[in-house]
Design a protein around this ligand. Sequence first.
Ligand code: DP6
Length: 366
Amino acid sequence: MVRFTNKYKQEAKKFEMKPFSGARKTSWRSPSNIALVKYWGKHGIQLPQNPSLSFALKNSFTETSVSYSFKKLEKTELEFLFEGKPNITFKNRINKVLAVYSEYLPFLQKLNLEIESKNSFPHSSGIASSASAMSALALCLVSIEKDLFGTLNEKKYFFQKASFLARLGSGSAARSVFPGFVVWGEDKKVKSSSDEIAVTLQTKIHDKFQKLNDAILITSSAKKQVSSSQGHDLMIQHPFAEARYEQAGKNLKKLIQSLEKGDEEKLIEVLENEALSLHSLMMSSNPGFTLLNSSTWQIIEKVKQFRIAKNLMLTFTLDAGPNVHLIYKAKDKAEITTFVASELVQFCENGYWIDDQMGSGPEKLI
Ligand code: DP6
């Protein structure tokens, strides 16, 4: 099914660009998200091998602004600043993504673009920023389409297209354009779900899980030995690939049931199974690799002990790196913060951790 791909390609043919004078600007803040059921393995053009489920964060975000003016000369270079300075690596990545977007937003070639971007978290914190960065950029570009052509006036269509474009930049970014619990990837049980765009999970979430927090413990900020893109590629020949995609589907079903029923034990079981399965897939790839370090394991052990001792709903998940995300209910914040400060901060690089929580999705700044 490539419903949205075809629709956006057809629509792209109708854009008629008229010259305009002066420069205009748009700016978006978009959050990172934390996956509870993981996307690991893709095919075709950024299509996921299995559905994933995440929630939007609040304090970990990217702010991107795009200034645009009508291009008089054919050959002008993109101007790009990251945290106030030129950054050639990010600029190259953006140029690649803009080339992909030319099929859907051909008018971009007729614009001079000046892009500025910054993150709320330190760049070298080991926190993946592709989800927030690519979703913030996609949101700016759909805002430009709306401004120039008067399209996408309906909120639903605006965010669908943003999610579609964000996905082409980085798979997990598709989920960052929506608040609450979000699913990306087609699944029979999730209404309107699609491989091409993410959707908000339309189910009644139990009161217990309305407000979840995420304490992100940074155990290392070193550049990863193997990138997520390389990790996804290694799933192509992976001996456990089929079993993994089936497991993800089953975990999604279990997780949705636990979110509806307020089943804490099941939520813990699914989150930890997903986190550990993700990293065991990396270890059993060919070549095998691990992104975890001894601090990751020590934190995991401490979390399990604390959960039993205090009888609290405290669990963990991991993204593609050694940092641990502690997931817990907002009402337990004081107790968890004390636990982090007294027992876990010793495993964090320079004592650094990010106090985050569920957020309300992206915000238009200009
Ligand atoms: C482990 O979205 O970073 O965080 O599509 O190649 O940009 P690309 O990969 P990316 O992969 C994220 C992997 C993950 C799990 C998840 O967020 O679902």
